[in-house]
Design a protein around this ligand. Sequence first.
Ligand code: NAD
Length: 495
Amino acid sequence: MTTEALVAEYFSSGTLAGLPSGHFIDGGFVAASGGRMMETFDPGASRAYHSFAAGNGDDVDRAVAAARRAGREWGWTKAGARGAILFRAAQIIRAEAGRLAVVESLDSGKTLQEAEGDVAGAVRCFEYYAGAADKIQGDTFPIGADYIGYSIEEPVGVTAHVIPWNYPLSTAARSIAPALAAGCTVVAKPAEQTPLTALMLADILLRAGLPAGVCNVITGTGAEAGGPLVAHPDVRHVTFTGSVATGIRVMQSAAANVASVVLELGGKSPLIVMADADMDAAVEGVLGAIYENAGQICSAGSRLVVERKIHAEMVERLSARAGSLRLGHGLRRPEVGALSSAAHLVKIEGYIEGARTRGIAIAAGGSRASDPENGKGWFFQPTILDAVSADDPVVQEEIFGPVLSVQVVEDEEEAVAVANGTDFGLVAGIYTGDFGRAHRMARDIDAGQVYINEYFAGGIEVPFGGNKLSGFGREKGFQALRSYTRTKSLTAKIS
Ligand code: NAD
């Protein structure tokens, strides 16, 4: 079925045929043990369109037991064979990209073209780690002629993956693919707002040849399904992406079992534009950095740090562009899609009301919006808050929406100080025409990744993760594999 036919099916019937609704445990879809279901919503029309299993601790126990049983065989499967299965999964994802993108757009509210980009990113993830599987190797140690010493990189065992709602498929792919490549087994828990594409991914992996039980998906709320998963004594590693508060709780649960964690907790990332930058490129860069996925990106460039000489021109150009961006239901391919939930819209609105009360100038947007065709949906206008002081909540706190805060600086030194002036340290962007300055500033910025002259440059090859409250550990690249392996050293006397 073509993408257009799927979109037409949704708009005429109000749902899509064949969507998954059970957990995926031990190689198949199963009902929740308690029999309870939850609804998933179309944010572009603010209506429920499908139900899925509301999991609990019993479901988690079943999934972890399946993952544990499957672990020994998968861990000892020849690495090249593991890679071949991941490569087949990449091919199936590519073949079914249209359906995955439509479901992702519908479930999350993002535009269809963004969802298509996410699916392409998931393909790259599986290709990359397919190739990496047979390159995970140990060392030898020079401990004398009478000894041999070497190490094996073993899989850590059962791994838990707690997935957020902003990039449901691509975040699932970027942690599940390296875990499987390393020989680990998986229990994933997608966000309750966006449960569907992780379930579809588990089914694709099975069809690609992954043995039953190696990849399981439990759906449900964070409290009822996520909590028991990250606290499970048989889970040896947790990769979590989401809020700081939940990340701290997850780390505490994992600590009780001395399980390792990678935390990817979002940010308040600065995008510095110096007066010597290419202004056209900078304007486009800032717009993409904050309005992509309606600003619901952990690494969004949510603070524009701009040199005073170009401040007025930048804000004028950005406001004109922000005001002209076309909002709408994701499946209509607008420029900006809906927010993930009604609760999230209310949270964003609260930040803007607060800014208004404190007298902050709103250079663009500032209000709720709706899909122009159905008059519904959870939308917020692309918004710009101008000349905000460094200690204001809209500068210090993650809004996670289409809201750009502008901070004005005098020079390079102040730009770096302002960039570093929050508790977060995920990424930063720098636009400047001066190569030396770009690298000086990048050196001094406290962040896990710095983009120069193109925000979001890079892909699965580049390690990603944050400093300070943005978390620790790295996903993507070869570094991600470190979370899923542990070193066993072997030493032997031979004469
Ligand atoms: P959250 O951190 O509560 O949820 C993220 C994931 O964690 C979901 O799958 C959720 O079900 C699960 N979860 C929740 N409580 C859990 C628990 N006790 N144990 C295990 N898993 C649990 O985030 P949210 O409430 O959906 O969003 C709140 C804010 O978090 C957003 O406004 C945004 O600022 C931030 N956020 C950041 C990212 C990111 O990419 N870093 C993603 C989503 C949300």
